[in-house]
Design a protein around this ligand. Structure first.
Ligand code: V0V
Length: 180
């Protein structure tokens, strides 16, 4: 029996899978629920990109993470559109895995300022890497989820980003990141 090579990113994002069973071969869920067959585009989450942590003061948080956890920033920038100063911290000896993103507000009406007012410092978002943020957004819209932006916007280091509304994702603000 042959072993299939791993799917490429292009193949992963072009996959379609039956929600209730392919035409002519009803899946158990379809037989049980009696739903109409339809094909959905694959969502295409590739890995966890980063977790975002809301902090009131970026410099104080950077010092805390360095002294306490030995984590250091590998990238810092200001994103005016998102109203944040942010830093990406690498984890582990080669730093190639998911990162911790520290997010500090630039103004009182920014998303991070509102989060801090409501919840205090802490986990604000979970971000997944995707190959094509527009395609993943479309796939999630097809499942009835609300995406915050009609078109992808600019994220860290020239990436393209969009978000799933936390009320449609089990109380988690989900970010989609297409790296530059
Ligand atoms: C709000 N809610 C959250 C939440 N933010 N739940 C879980 N996690 C969060 N981060 C809840 C909130 O408690 C309410 O629940 C409900 O959602 C609706 O709240 P809302 O009054 O509409 O809240 P707002 O006005 O604070 O807006 C929430 C959204 C906003 C998610 C729409 O934060 C947003 O646009 N976020 C996307 C942009 C962003 O987060 N930018 C900063 C990171 P109840 O009370 O009704 O039960 S920038 C970034 O990540 C970059 C640049 C990057 O990674 O590259």
């Amino acid at each position: 029996m042959g072993v299939r090579a791993p799917l490429t990113i292009t193949e992963v994002t072009s996959l379609r899978f039956p929600v209730c069973g392919a035409e002519g071969s009803p899946a158990p869920a379809e037989r049980l629920l009696g739903k109409t067959s339809r094909m959905m585009p694959a969502v295409g989450l590739l890995r966890i990109d980063h977790v975002g942590v809301a902090v009131p003061d970026l410099d104080a948080a950077l010092a805390f993470y360095a002294e306490t956890f030995g984590l250091h920033a590998v990238h810092q920038e200001t994103n005016e559109e998102q109203g944040v100063r942010e830093a990406m911290l690498a984890v582990g000896p080669d730093g190639s895995g998911p990162r911790v993103q520290l997010l500090a507000p630039m103004s009182p009406d920014s998303a991070i300022a509102k989060f801090l007012d409501r919840s205090g410092p802490g986990l604000q978002q979970l971000a997944y890497t995707v190959a094509d943020v527009a395609a993943t957004s479309a796939a999630l819209r097809a499942r009835g989820l609300r995406l915050l932006y009609d078109e992808p916007r600019r994220g860290t280091a020239g990436s393209l980003i969009n978000f799933v509304h936390p009320k449609d994702a089990g109380g988690v603000l989900v970010e989609l990141v297409q790296p530059a």
